[in-house]
Design a protein around this ligand. Structure first.
Ligand code: ZN
Length: 102
């Protein structure tokens, strides 16, 4: 029974060390997530959360990832073609309307 006191003391020491360790770990995680949050941006279009590894552009108060920017560029590049198609569709529709005497 002489060892019991020592064991209890050891256990108390262990517990204290574990508590201190977990506090230290918690602080580290806090500092880390704060640091990460600064680098973290959510894409305005696809809602993807991106860190530094994915290129993103800051446009006004928003962030847009490279994938969405490429899509946007493609849309802009084909905008003229799209406008032409829309104009043709409109023309075809008005011709149809004329044909039906509307
Ligand atoms: Zn995106």
């Amino acid at each position: 029974m002489a060892d019991k006191g020592k064991t209890e003391k050891d256990e108390a020491d262990n517990r204290r060390r574990m508590v201190i360790d977990s506090i230290v770990e918690g602080r580290k995680m806090e500092a880390y997530s704060e640091h990460r949050t600064k680098e973290m941006h959510a894409c305005w279009l696809c809602d993807q959360i991106c860190y530094r590894k994915k290129p993103m552009k800051n446009i006004g108060a928003r962030w847009i990832c490279i994938d969405c920017l490429r899509l946007l560029k493609e849309t802009f590049d084909t905008l003229d073609q799209w406008e032409e198609e829309l104009a043709l569709q409109k023309e075809a529709r008005s011709q149809l309307d004329d044909g039906f005497g509307v």
